[in-house]
Design a protein around this ligand. Sequence first.
Ligand code: ADP
Ligand code: MG
Length: 213
Amino acid sequence: MSFTTLGLSPDLLKILSNQNFALPTPIQEKAIPAILNRQDVLGIAKTGSGKTASYVLPILMNLQKAAELKNRHVHVLVLVPTRELAEQVKAVFQAFSKGLAVPVKTTAVFGGVSINPQMTALQNVNVLVATPGRLLDLVDSNAVHLGSIETLVLDEADKMLNLGFKDEVDRIISLLPVKRQNILLSATLNADLRLIHQVLLTDPEVIVIESEE
Ligand code: ADP
Ligand code: MG
């Protein structure tokens, strides 16, 4: 299968070829059409299997269609366990949105650095990548509005649970619109993850890519 058959626009296909993404990985093949369809997705595949682009590409496509982008609120929230991952995911959104017809602004917020520059960077952001604690600090300071979120992504959900972020994630979810798309990515499917997947996902497309080893 090639990227051209997955429903991506010509400008995204061009960006992909500039980034030397020739063929979709197995998780990308399955997740991209489901996310374009606005389904909830649970994607399980080992580290290095291309999970980031499996949600970044279809989310950017969906944002190209969203007239609501003009309301200047955050439409997509990606929760991640660490600062490093927040910066990586932000970089992937930015690399794949360069030159798109509808501009998409992405920023990342995480703890361990001063909060004020992050507050300023939140202006007119469409995609927010965040670690849970810092996001809640920003919510409590009224620096971010979560009422326009259409898509929630939990990346490295297994690690998020292992690091004890469950209560913070629950509180964030309670602040989001009930009607939204949910996407959960993980390298493993353990008991805790099964539990949040039952609470969070509505009739999800479950994609499990078995590793070859
Ligand atoms: P995961 O989140 O599953 O651990 P990543 O999304 O971080 O994996 O991707 C791992 C690496 O593979 C990254 O360097 C990414 O740029 C690269 N990659 C992902 N998909 C493709 C693809 N279809 N073609 C070429 N490289 C890819
Ligand atoms: Mg990843």
